[in-house]
Design a protein around this ligand. Structure first.
Ligand code: GAR
Length: 267
């Protein structure tokens, strides 16, 4: 029997991807076991799903921390090891000309929430992989650097409802549909300091017909997500996933650099 990796999940809602991952762990399509499910919202269906499978759950609500900061920034407890200038030097979530107050508010409130996430995660023992399964919060460098301790081996995965790099953001299928695309898709990628911008682990596509509604697109997309995420996680579990920087010299002499997630075909 193959060794199992320990997987944690973060969610914000219904958790159908979470369910697909739990099922794949239980029926052996993923050599892994779920260590916990964390949510930024209480009372969501995904937590119920975890509970049904005896997977420990926890909630870190971002809302109250954001409210505290809005009322009085000095009242927000920032982590002792939080250094805003360090985070600003790394982040790719905001363009350089964004309002300073807005950026400060964002990274301070996120660090306060992410400190709690890290404590909850640490309390549940060693973890091999963190999967974001419909987690609707951007993680910042504060969290990413403390979780991804070896930058060459990223271990936070996300699933996004579009063929990245098209349509990042909160409404991938909606954006795909409104653009009039003939093909939609989903992407599993590692998290980096930007929004939906990290190295791509896997993608699946589906056709969009002229008669399709937005609901049809979401349904077709989710069906692909439920296949894609377990496949990508299993590749990670079997040690087949390797993130490499590649350099190509084009015919005109220009050098083209890219980060590629190589998937070994055998274990
Ligand atoms: C999924 O479509 C997932 O790709 C998307 O949220 C949905 C969650 O569904 N994620 C994002 O948009 C992340 N930016 P689920 O809770 O049923 O798995």
């Amino acid at each position: 029997m193959n060794q199992k990796i320990r997987i944690g999940a973060l969610i914000s809602g219904g958790g159908t991807n979470l369910q697909a991952i739990i099922d794949a762990c239980e029926d052996g399509r993923i050599d892994g076991e779920m260590a916990f499910v964390g949510s930024d919202q209480s009372g969501v269906k995904g937590l119920e799903r975890a509970n049904k499978h005896d997977i420990p759950g926890f909630v870190v609500e971002y809302g109250p921390l954001i409210q505290t900061y809005r009322r009085d920034p000095a009242k927000l407890m920032l982590p002792e090891d939080f250094d805003l200038s360090e985070i600003l030097a790394r982040q790719h979530l905001f363009p350089a000309d964004s309002s300073e107050d807005r950026i400060r508010a964002f990274f301070c409130t996120r660090a306060a929430a992410e400190r709690r996430l890290l404590s909850e995660i640490d309390a549940r023992g060693p973890l091999d992989l963190l999967v974001l399964a419909g987690f609707m919060r951007n993680l910042t460098p504060y969290f990413i650097d403390r979780f991804n301790t070896d930058p060459r081996n990223p271990r936070i995965m996300n699933i996004h409802p579009a063929i990245l790099p098209s349509f990042p953001g909160v409404d991938g299928y909606g954006d795909t549909f409104r653009y009039g695309c003939k093909v939609g898709g989903c992407t599993v990628h590692f998290i980096d300091y930007g929004e939906d911008s990290g190295p791509i682990v896997g993608q699946r596509t589906f056709p969009i017909l002229e008669t399709d509604t937005l609901d049809d697109v979401k349904r077709k997309g989710l069906e692909q997500e439920w296949l894609l995420y377990p496949e990508c996680i299993q590749n990670f579990a079997r040690g087949r996933v390797n993130t490499v920087k590649m350099t190509h010299r084009l015919d005109d002499g220009q050098v083209c650099r890219r980060t590629v997630v190589k998937i070994a075909q055998t274990d």
